[in-house]
Design a binder for this molecule. Structure first.
Ligand code: C2E
Ligand code: MG
Ligand code: MG
Ligand code: MG
Length: 291
């Protein structure tokens, strides 16, 4: 073995950094071709009204399967897409697909709500509201059944422009949610200023709610604040019936998580929806298990 030299750590550190940035560049260039090569798909994860057990709708979640890289998780490629500008094409693709699918989902459930993740960067585009208007007309969809999920980010927190951008969407009639609430840059002042239709509690506060007093406090307080501000609450990361019951007791309206179902390919989601339309409190989850 080579004797370590002074500075070798830094040398190693640099190599790792180079490797990381090269990997990001490689992912970005592969991602540029993902639409063209048909490597993207939208999965849907059910959202359930906790009081009645009825289906509220589904969140559309992007999936990318690359022939060599395999399934690349969105937590990895979305930030790369955002910093490399590829996000605008991805967002357009996601919106177009999601609204096309929503047309089919509303055949089964007319009041079905589809939630779409939007990057804060997308909000600064003037052409996206136009795309929404076009697609809503084309598919004859109710804009009130479209929910845009915004993740708290530095851009989002910059404020004024975003508030204006949200007004464009409000005029169209689509609804706005703040995603991953409590984990990002948001403040309570921001919540009050923006008037979100929906607040999504991040799964990090939900997944251990059964055991963590602190997480219980945070979830309860978020539900109270949301209620006072006139928003409704969706909890993501609901993995068992005990967590569901806790959230319900705090007044959380809607739950989403592996307890109900994992995100599913569109055809499987349609099957799930068909099987759970009439349910009140009994679910057949994606493993075929009655819960
Ligand atoms: P998100 O919007 O907060 O989505 C919820 C994430 O939690 C999803 O991860 C979902 O699969 C996961 N999840 C839901 N329930 C449970 C549960 O019970 N247990 C566990 N362990 N996880 C659960 P996913 O699909 O990997 O997406 C990660 C993030 O990537 C999303 O977080 C969102 O920020 C981003 N993303 C996904 N699709 C899109 C998209 O189309 N556009 C944009 N801009 N971002 C997207
Ligand atoms: Mg989301
Ligand atoms: Mg979320
Ligand atoms: Mg989250």
């Amino acid at each position: 073995a080579v004797k370590p030299l002074y500075g070798e750590r830094w040398h190693m550190f640099d190599i790792e950094n180079v490797a990381l940035s090269q990997r990001r560049i490689a992912i970005a260039s592969a991602l540029k071709k993902a639409i063209e090569f048909d490597q993207l798909s939208l999965f849907f994860q059910p959202q359930i009204y906790l009081n009645t057990g009825k289906v509220h709708g589904a969140e559309a979640l992007l999936r990318w399967e690359h022939p060599q890289l395999g399934n690349v998780p969105p937590d990895l490629f979305i930030p790369i897409a955002e910093s490399s500008g590829i996000i605008s094409d991805l967002t357009e693709w996601v919106i177009t697909q999601a609204l096309q699918y929503q047309k089919k989902m509303t055949v089964l459930l007319p009041q079905h709500i589809v939630s779409i993740n939007i990057s804060a960067k997308d909000l600064l585009r003037k052409d996206l509201p136009v795309l929404f208007i076009t697609l809503l007309n084309e598919y004859e969809l109710n804009p009130a059944n479209i929910m845009l999920e915004l993740t708290e980010s530095a851009t989002l927190f910059e404020g004024v422009d975003i508030k204006n951008a949200l007004n464009d969407y409000r005029l169209i009639g689509v609804k706005i949610a703040i995603d991953d609430f409590g984990t990002g840059y948001s403040s309570l002042a921001y919540l009050s200023k923006m008037g979100f239709d929906e607040i999504k509690i991040d799964k990090q506060f939900v997944m251990n709610i059964e055991y963590s007093k602190n997480d219980q406090t945070i979830c309860r307080a978020t539900c109270d604040i949301a209620k006072s501000l006139g928003s409704y609450v969706v909890a993501e990361g609901v993995e068992d019936s005990q967590s569901m019951a806790k959230l319900q007791s705090y007044g959380c309206e809607v739950g989403q998580g592996y307890f109900f179902s994992r995100p599913l390919p569109f055809e499987n989601y349609m099957q799930w929806l068909g099987a759970n339309l009439e349910n009140t409190t009994v679910f057949v989850n994606d493993l075929g298990k009655v819960v």
